[in-house]
Ligand binder design. Structure first.
Ligand code: FES
Ligand code: FES
Length: 168
């Protein structure tokens, strides 16, 4: 009879990557998701899990500059990659105004969606510093929020974009 080898018996593999500008090396299960490695191995719990199926955007991170849902990324695909999480963005002075705007406009309530919302807004404002409302709506379309009704989040991104443009 065939042996049913448990997933936990699979040898771990070493993955190296740059995380928020720092070189990191982790020993992980080869079937692990990037999201789990970020939260459990790297201890960066700002990245959240909502749906776990690529539908809500709560687990968003920048991977080699692209915004991705980390719950859908197998860890073996990121060896050698450059990863930026919400912790990296929060330490970046360029985005302080955006974070302050979420606080000022009540754009965060339970906070589960907030890191993904901010990363989606960063992704937008890097490309379009002075976006139209339609640009903001489109950029946040992949991020779900069950608390705010979205209006406060739209206000936060709109006002941050205006303030950042006025300051530049
Ligand atoms: Fe990854 Fe929802 S937890 S998209
Ligand atoms: Fe709770 Fe958006 S603030 S899900």
């Amino acid at each position: 009879m065939a042996t049913n080898t448990s997933l936990v018996d699979v040898p771990k593999v070493r993955v190296t990557l740059t995380v928020n500008g720092e070189h990191q090396s982790v020993l992980v299960h080869p079937m692990a998701r990037l999201l789990d490695v970020i939260r459990q191995e790297l201890g960066l719990t700002g990245t959240k899990e909502g749906c776990g199926e690529g539908e809500c955007g709560a687990c968003s991170v920048f991977l080699n500059g692209d915004l991705v849902n980390s719950c859908l990324v197998p860890i073996l695909q990121v060896d050698g990659a450059e990863l930026v999480t919400i912790e990296g963005i929060s330490q970046d002075a360029r985005w302080q105004r955006l974070q302050q705007s979420f606080v000022m406009h009540g754009g965060a309530q339970c906070g589960i969606c907030t890191p993904g919302m901010i990363l989606a807004a960063v992704n937008l404002l890097q490309r379009i510093p002075n976006p139209l409302e339609a640009d903001i709506r489109q950029s946040l379309a992949g991020n779900l929020c069950r608390c705010t009704g979205y209006v406060k989040i739209l206000d936060a991104v709109t006002q941050a974009a205006k303030a950042m443009t006025d300051e530049s």
